[in-house]
Design a protein around this ligand. Structure first.
Ligand code: BGC
Length: 727
């Protein structure tokens, strides 16, 4: 990226929102071209065309970052596209940057500039040594595009016959370019195509197409229709109890694709929009509805699949598939909570809960490097981390425990999975600043002066009116402070820094936690919830881990099910099985009545739900206020499937699978389990199979790595290659 700094930002002379603009320039190029490079970015989302051909295969460029500080520029090789007569076009639409919808959250300006605008430089080098640079400027033409309306949540209206009858000269405006950066994240691409599974006529008489999978993307469709007709595609994740199309959970997002027919046949798909859906409903559709005319296109950030899991229980395999689809659906440039309703935001809590699973399922190193750079860029002067990154709320909202801790947990996990020390180094100051903020809001070791989301959506007291009620919030906050301090200390030690100061603070908070919330190794009755026990056990806070784990096991067995929310769920099975309660952990995993992971599977889910009872047995819904059917947070159970059911663990002292610990946990209700992780070193695999009371284990260790197998309390060292053992 270099010549783009010579370009000028251009926009339409008429302020315009929620639509597409095409900025263009024609030029001749008569000499032999040696190379041609396009550097481009936009306020909004864009795609470029040269002589009618699309440049590159990325969608939704320049992605979503903290635009005020970091706006990504893409560099494309366009050598083969330059002809004698040329037209270069940048089609720019609302996207994340220019969406007025975000104003609801943040008022008009916190995303920076809100109008659609373009910036690019085309550099052509000729055989005779001449170099020509064509940049955006006042000589570019500006016209309205065929997406006559487009907005991230509402969707779009596309009119193929639309031609702006009044193209104008673009207007140049001043804007500091010090926020421009080369693309840092993964490209966002079309990834898969799914055929329509079934055409349904609902009891209400709606024409609905089922793609059989809840997904994020858009539909490619063939349409002719009658001239002037507005054909409407609506998107939904589920059908309601009666089998009708259900969109109440999208809240204010219209999530529609509207196509204005011109009497000609077209094959069309969205250019600037995405939706979260399994079903579409067709309205004003005068063509005969045939399955072959509709294909769902799955879109997400480029990431290599690395993790696989399978076992003898088909329901668990479906759960694992739902987790994978949850990741596909929510890894669209930033880790989002959900892809469908009027939210789709980079919630920090959700990301930290899922990062371990995510990093086993797919190679997400680059994805997180980019998002964490935005997280650091959004950190406030007093150390708080906004709830969503990029921030579209008031950045001064404060920091919630377990959400803001993404600042420590995510870089640490990326270090463990990929041995990325550089990221730890870059993150260190932000971790320290965050912990200082907590110190200032603590009294005698207890973090007690802040607002928190609590154990969000737990079953100990949360309700649609207050999802944060349940486990004591100061208890959660103090536990996370202790955990984040431990992570910071490990990172500092690795980078050669003295950790004494933090060790003392951590000890003080541990003592305070025990004093305030525990007695004789147990959480005191007024604070005793599953989540409280989970944190005291999993974060190593209790002075009698065995006793607290026993209490947790009792709490689970008394009611027979989990009660945890966003905070307790990710560690629940670990806290049990790490302390001898493997059978209880498996019982929770294999339970299919509400509340459980398999309840949604039983209900036909193809992605992870936000709520344990998003949809009830009778088909009624939790609430319309906040009910996503594609929310990956509870999918974090996959790290237990990899790490405990199959038993593949990273050794923190030799990360990225340089040394592996295999400690699989069997259960009589399963006859086999197998998991594989395609690590940077090669394939790591663990399988076990039980036949006639005998269990056979097979471990695969990549070249150059070593492993310790722990079976029945006995450790055995193994080297690379395949090792079989029986028990
Ligand atoms: C989001 C969550 C998020 C939460 C914060 C919700 O609206 O969808 O996943 O973490 O708010 O409490």
């Amino acid at each position: 990226m270099k010549n783009i700094f010579n370009a000028q930002w251009i926009k339409s002379p008429v302020p315009a929102y929620d639509c597409e603009f095409s900025f263009s320039k024609e030029f001749t190029s008569l000499k032999q071209v040696v190379s041609a490079t396009l550097e481009a970015t936009a306020f909004g989302v864009y795609f470029a065309e040269i002589n009618g051909e699309r440049v590159g295969n990325q969608i939704f460029a320049p992605g979503w970052t903290t635009y005020r500080k970091r706006l990504q520029v893409e560099t494309y090789d366009v050598t083969a596209m330059i002809k004698a007569q040329n037209k270069i076009v940048l089609n720019v639409a609302t996207g994340w940057k220019a969406s007025r919808h975000f104003g609801r959250y943040c008022g008009n300006d916190s995303l920076g500039y809100k109008e659609i605008a373009a910036l690019c430089a085309l550099t052509i080098e000729y055989a005779d040594g001449e170099k020509r640079i064509i940049t955006t400027g006042g000589d570019w033409k500006c016209e309205k595009g065929k997406n006559i309306y487009t907005e991230i949540y509402n969707g779009y209206i596309y009119n193929p016959a639309y031609v702006d009858s009044n193209p104008v000269q673009a207007v140049v405006f001043e804007r500091n370019k010090n926020n421009l950066i080369d693309r840092q994240g993964e490209k966002i691409l079309e990834q898969e195509r799914l055929e329509a599974k079934e055409i349904i006529i609902t009891p209400k008489g709606e024409t609905v197409i089922d793609f059989g999978q809840n997904l994020t993307g858009y539909v490619e469709f063939k349409i002719k229709g009658n001239k002037g007709e507005r054909a409407v595609i609506s998107h939904a994740e589920v059908l309601d109890a009666e089998g009708n199309f259900y969109t109440d959970n999208l809240r204010s997002a219209k999530a529609q694709a509207v196509f204005i027919c011109d009497g000609e046949e077209h094959i069309h798909k969205a250019q600037h929009n995405f939706f979260g859906f399994r079903y579409i409903r067709l309205e004003n559709w005068s063509d005969e509805v045939k399955k072959e005319n509709f294909t769902a296109i799955v879109v997400h950030s480029e990431m290599k699949r690395t993790g696989y899991f399978e076992c003898s229980d088909k329901r668990v395999n479906q759960l694992f598939s739902n987790i994978i689809w949850g990741q596909k659906g929510n890894f669209l440039d930033v880790p989002t909570d959900c892809p469908q309703r009027d939210e789709r935001l980079g919630w920090t809590g959700d990301a930290q809960v899922f990062v371990k699973t995510a990093s086993y399922n797919y190679d997400v190193e680059k994805f997180f490097i980019k998002w964490l750079a935005d997280l650091r860029a959004e950190q406030t002067g007093w150390g708080t981390i906004p709830h969503v990154i990029p921030c579209v709320f008031d950045p001064d909202d404060g920091s919630s425990a377990a959400w803001a801790d993404a600042v420590t947990i995510c870089p640490w996990q990326i270090y463990l999975t990929y041995a990325n020390k550089e990221l730890l180094k870059e993150s260190l100051e932000s971790m320290k600043k965050y912990l200082e903020f907590i110190d200032e809001h603590s009294y005698d070791g207890i973090w007690c002066n802040s607002w928190h989301f609590g154990d969000w959506l737990n079953l100990d007291g949360s309700s649609p009116e207050d999802c944060s009620k349940g486990t004591d919030k100061n208890l959660i906050a103090t536990a996370y402070y202790i955990y984040s301090t431990e992570i910071l200390m490990k990172a500092m030690a690795l980078l050669g820094e003295d950790t004494a100061e933090y060790a003392a603070k951590r000890e003080k908070s541990i003592a305070a936690f025990r004093r305030e919330y525990m007695k004789n190794g147990r959480i005191t009755p007024e604070y005793a919830t599953q989540t409280a026990c989970v944190l005291a056990v999993h974060f190593g806070i209790s002075d009698d881990i065995a006793e607290t784990a026993k209490q947790l096991n009792e709490l689970v067995c008394e009611c027979g099910h989990l009660k945890t929310g966003f905070v307790g769920t990710p560690y629940l099975l670990h806290a049990l099985s790490d302390n001898g309660y493997t059978e209880t952990a498996y019982s929770l995993l294999l339970r299919e009545e509400y509340p459980s992971w398999l309840f949604s599977v039983k209900m036909g889910a193809t992605t992870i739900w936000e709520h344990w009872d998003g949809m009830r047995e009778d088909g009624s819904m939790w609430s319309t206020s906040m009910n996503s059917f594609n929310h990956y947070a509870y999918g974090s159970v996959a790290d237990w499937l990899y790490g405990d059911a199959a038993g593949i663990k990273i050794d923190e002292s030799k990360p990225a699978f340089e040394h592996i610990i295999f400690a699989p946990l069997t259960d009589g209700r399963l006859t086999y389990v197998k998991a594989a992780i395609e690590s940077r070193r090669g394939l790591v695999k663990s399988e076990w199979k039980t036949e006639n009371g005998k269990t056979t284990y097979t471990f695969t260790v990549p070249e150059g790595a070593t492993a310790t197998v722990i079976l029945g309390g006995k450790s055995t060292e193994i080297g690379s290659g395949v090792t079989e053992m029986t028990e």
